[in-house]
Design a binder for this molecule. Structure first.
Ligand code: GCW
Length: 628
């Protein structure tokens, strides 16, 4: 009897375990139709499958591919009393329409609309290495390498549901091996999954590949043999994958090879690749993330403009310059990168980081859409040809490590389609799709998400402080960080410049003059201590500890107040989450695992926020009143 009881218990536990929501279904519809819906008509393979499987409405849906009806990936949904009609001029357009209809179905609000994507290029960038590790990945090993995960189709589908139409599938610190025949065959397999969902495959390349792989004595972009090698390689790639998208290149940056190794310019390097890709319609995305090479000693945040502005106008038409949103490196708050002001003749793309390298990685609840919207308030989407987001996915059950980090992937995709959407609307949408439509849950959690980025800035690096992280892993504070054998640009002390007089980096016209790279009115605004926005104060100015802030407090007091506020905010987020437990379980009684996992991480975030406050304030306090 006892044994039977035990067995029953184990079986029950197994059933519970099998049903527990692990977050793997993301924001996508969970319940399939038992038999494919016959209400859906049209000839478009993937879109048709998607709707037949998940569309549950009583109204017939008709899909119409109409050449020249709309441009590119745009689509129209018309809801009448008799039917729902989806129209587009490309199969991708219909696919996006199908996903939109399913999203509206999940949200309980199906209506007519016409949608046009803001950017032609809506890309995810993977920093995945061929050995399965992921640079700055916090959600387990790579889903792509060394062997393809069985979640590949789900992955492509999730991206397509947001309108993502391209994926760079390997790290920008690229292995030359990626272009070997053996690996290109694997790339073809990945491509076949992506292609089905209208996603093009792109590769990061190592600039020295002609040497490492082709056995040539040089990778000089002006060498005829090198040029020939690239042409042949590109031709071979297109024979395997006629829909291949092109290359992403990190050159002469952080030790990567590049044209500078041969005293050639970035334009020489990019144009060589562009020439090889051009006949196939491929593009080159050339990164502007460079420092420490040609402009050694110059303020790091100025170097991209110094390097690329003189080359503007020299790039072939299928080259796009890809620049991070800020001039430094994905900090919790940076001013926008002045590359977007200074590069006017070459198409620009912005690179955002979905993976939270400097924002608590996958341990902190930090919703990034408000930060990206802040960027778009300075750089008009119309100035950009495309948008790229560094992926935050891995083999973890929930894909992203933190359940709420899924929201950043989701928000990136939604903003890549329409940067005009509000961060709040996206948060609400994601919460409803992912947890429950219950307003008693959605309202407070939207508020938490919306406040989370500013809270992170406050408990990590308020008032324009930046890059005071621990070396290497970039997690946790190290304001005193200095290693004599490291480049100065990696050392926290270089960035805050604290001394007995004050704190902050003087980048005004009396300092490094980085402010001069900005267009007006920002140039003057940032340059003057009295008009510089306080949230960027220590980015642009070295400010006396006793400086009177707008609040009437001294700088030191204000700094303390921000750290306190950040910590208090995380405490509050945790309280709200605890109140949410019954609502999460009411919506889905098998959701205790997700609730608990978020709970555990919020507790960790509370501790970590306290550690930031304590370490930074103790460190800065040591300068107050210190002898000069
Ligand atoms: O953000 C920094 C990261 C590096 C990264 C580099 C880059 C891929 O710390 O890990 O390398 O930037 O963007 O090239």
């Amino acid at each position: 009897m006892k044994r039977i009881g035990m067995v029953l218990l184990v079986v029950c536990q197994l059933i519970v375990a099998a049903r527990a929501n692990d977050g793997s279904s993301l924001w996508l519809p969970r319940e399939k139709n038992e038999v494919a819906s016959t209400l859906v008509r049209g000839s478009q393979g993937t879109a048709l499958d998607e709707l037949r499987t998940y569309y549950k409405g009583p109204m017939p849906v008709r899909m119409k591919l109409e050449k020249n009806a709309l441009q590119g990936d745009a689509y129209r949904i018309v809801v009448t009393t008799r039917q729902i009609e989806l129209t587009a001029s490309t199969s991708n357009g219909l696919l996006y329409a199908a996903f939109d209809l399913l999203r509206m179905q999940q949200l309980g609000d199906i209506r007519s609309k016409e949608e046009h994507p803001a950017f032609d290029l809506r890309l995810i960038n993977h920093w995945d290495n061929l050995d399965g590790s992921v640079e700055r990945g916090y959600a387990g090993k790579s889903i792509l390498y060394p062997a393809l995960s069985d979640r590949m189709a789900d992955y492509a589908r999730a991206n397509a549901s947001l309108g993502i139409n391209g994926i760079v599938i390997n790290n920008v610190n690229a292995s030359p091996k990626m272009l070997s025949e053996e690996w290109l065959e694997k790339v073809c397999v990945i491509n076949s999954y992506l292609e089905r969902y209208g996603i093009r495959t792109y590769l990061s390349i190592n600039f020295a590949s002609p040497m490492a792989l082709g056995g040539l004595p040089t990778a000089d972009p002006l060498d005829p043999q090198v040029r020939q090698w690239w042409r042949e390689k590109v031709d071979a790639i297109y024979r395997l994958m006629p829909n291949f998208g092109g290359f992403l290149v990190k050159a002469n940056s952080e030790g990567q090879p590049g044209p500078g190794d041969y005293q050639r310019s970035h334009a020489d390097g990019a144009n060589m690749l562009a020439e090889a890709l051009q006949p196939h319609g491929g593009i080159v995305m050339w990164r502007c993330f460079v420092y420490g090479a040609n402009h050694k000693g110059e303020d790091r945040v100025k170097q991209a403009v110094s390097e690329f502005q003189p080359l503007d106008g020299q790039f072939l038409p299928n080259v796009i310059l890809q620049t991070k949103n800020g001039p430094l490196d994905f900090q919790p708050r940076e001013p926008y990168s002045p590359v977007f002001d200074q590069i006017t003749k070459t198409p620009n793309m912005v690179e955002l980081q979905i993976t939270q390298e400097y924002l608590g990685q996958s341990r902190h609840l930090v919703y990034l859409a408000p930060m990206w919207k802040e960027f778009f308030s300075f750089v008009s989407p119309q100035r950009l040809r495309g948008i790229a987001g560094v992926a935050n996915v891995g083999l973890d059950d929930n894909w992203c490590g933190h359940h709420f980090s899924q929201a950043n992937w989701y928000a990136f995709g939604r903003l890549a389609w329409n940067p005009g959407l509000s961060a709040e609307a996206i948060a609400r949408e994601w919460l409803k799709l992912t947890f429950t439509r219950d307003e008693a849950f959605v309202n407070p959690m939207t508020e938490v998400m919306m406040a989370s980025r500013e809270a992170c800035v406050d408990y990590m690096m308020p008032l324009g402080l930046h890059h005071i992280f621990q070396f290497d892993h970039h997690y946790g504070p190290d304001p005193g960080g200095f290693k004599p054998d490291y480049p100065l640009e990696w050392c926290p002390v270089y960035y805050h410049q604290a001394d007995s007089l004050g704190v902050g980096f003087n980048r005004s016209s009396t300092g490094t003059n980085a402010t001069s790279q900005y267009r007006e009115p920002y140039r003057s605004q940032y340059d003057d201590l009295s008009t510089c926005p306080e949230n960027l104060l220590l980015w642009f100015h070295h400010v006396p500890w006793g400086y009177k802030m707008k609040s009437g407090r001294t700088l030191w007091e204000e700094l303390c107040a921000h750290y306190d506020r950040g910590v208090a905010e995380v405490d509050r987020f945790h309280e709200v989450w605890q109140q949410m437990r019954p609502l999460v379980l009411l919506a889905d009684k098998d959701d205790s695992r997700r609730w608990q996992e978020v709970e555990d991480r919020l507790q960790h975030q509370q501790q970590n926020a306290r550690e930031w406050r304590q370490t930074c304030l103790d460190y800065f306090r040591s300068f107050l009143g210190a002898p000069q």
